[in-house]
Write a protein that binds this ligand. Structure first.
Ligand code: XIL
Length: 368
């Protein structure tokens, strides 16, 4: 069934056929929220959410609910949040995010199961046998908790396993277990939820380079061994002073050709202080470019922005001389980047011929 937008256009064109050569039809949803336009393309547009403002700020909650049809927990599903002590689980923050998403017909992407960062010291000090057991048990428990919850459709199973030169990061995981921890983690996740889409996620892999090629080779190798890797996440923490990875579409497509889903998982586009109009324009163009790349690749499921308001962003904490990577400013005003995302989702003809899905009504059965 054609979407509302295209049926409306057909009516407009029929009525105005005499003037068809000069008619510029206005899309029916021109002023709609981002999620409406993404859904018309069969894509998601998401945001990473933080539990504090979600509990405490009405404006934050309203924008998160209205504009996005997908959610990632910025921190609440990480190991230090979910299992701070051995076999002592805490799901209050994770459940808060999942319940919010359920109430607002949004999908949740679980982030993240096995990472070198934000993992408690008790895990890092284990010997190989115990570390492997702890990893498998953690995955079974965390993924298992949401296995029958239709809101949680996918997981970042392993995060950031590569160095920039494409060698494996010398993390405590790698140093203790060797690269086999990666395949083991995916198998444990598949066992815990056979219907969840399982992703490997990293940064600086948006363009074609040594790191993304190492990722490509690993995914190809794992899949040839029947390791259940379904998806590759491209974090996309970009910065305008570093230039845009202009081969991003080509890179997404080469991964798609392996048979995996691709997704932009943590998009933000920072700039050096101070923010100004010219930098905002460049930033908006970068946002356009990323959305266009995902639009152009059928296997690209969607784009998650790493937050949505500059009021709550990891950027100033992590990159002290940089700021302002998101699509709303500190006071929840929409920036040029918001308009860019809106128009890239709304404009033009969808290249993706997948029928539009009803926004935010994921079921576990349609995600494999
Ligand atoms: C960041 C969060 O945004 C911060 O709040 C936290 O203090 C550190 O982690 N790659 C990832 C994310 O996979 O989990 C990170 O999130 C950003 C980099």
């Amino acid at each position: 069934m054609p979407s509302l937008k295209w049926r409306s256009l057909a009516v407009v064109c029929a009525v105005a056929s005499a003037a068809a050569s000069v008619l510029v039809a206005t899309p029916a949803q021109a002023d709609g929220p981002l999620r409406t336009h993404a859904a018309e393309r069969g894509k998601f547009i998401g945001a990473a959410l933080a539990t504090g403002p979600l509990a405490n700020e009405t404006t934050y909650r309203n924008i998160a609910a209205t504009e996005f049809n997908q959610v990632t927990a910025e921190n609440a599903m990480k190991w230090d949040a979910t299992e701070p002590n051995d076999n002592q689980y805490s799901f209050s923050g994770a459940d808060q995010i999942v319940n919010f998403a359920t109430q607002n017909n949004q999908q949740v992407h679980g982030h993240t199961l096995v990472w070198h960062s934000q993992t408690p010291g008790w895990v890092q000090g284990l010997n190989a046998t115990n570390m492997r057991a702890a990893m498998n048990e953690h995955i079974a428990t965390v993924v298992g908790r949401y296995a029958n919850n239709a809101t949680v459709v996918s997981w970042d199973v392993v995060n950031e396993v590569f160095n920039e030169d494409g060698t494996f990061r010398q993390s405590f995981w790698f140093n203790t277990l060797g690269q086999s921890f990666i395949a083991d983690a995916f198998r444990a996740a598949r066992a815990a939820d056979p219907n969840a889409r399982l992703c490997i996620n990293d940064y600086n892999v948006e363009g074609i380079n040594a790191k993304s090629t190492a990722m490509f080779n690993l995914v190809q190798s794992l899949r040839s061994q029947n390791v259940p890797v379904d998806c590759v996440g491209f974090q996309s923490h970009l910065a305008i002073q570093f230039g845009f990875p202009n081969d991003i579409q080509q890179n997404l497509q080469r991964f798609a050709n392996l048979g995996v889903q691709v997704r932009i998982t943590e998009l933000d586009i920072r700039m050096q202080n101070p923010r100004n109009a010219q930098k905002d324009t460049t930033q908006a163009q970068y946002y356009t470019n990323v959305i266009n790349a995902c639009n152009a690749v059928t296997a690209c499921a969607g784009v998650t922005i790493w937050g949505f308001t500059d009021r709550y962003s990891w950027i100033p904490d992590t990159f002290p001389s940089e700021c302002c990577g998101l699509i709303y400013d500190n006071n929840y005003a929409q920036k040029p980047a918001y308009t860019a995302v809106h128009n890239a989702l709304d404009g033009g003809t969808p290249s993706d011929t997948t029928p539009p899905t009803t926004p935010g009504t994921p079921t576990a059965s349609n995600v494999t």
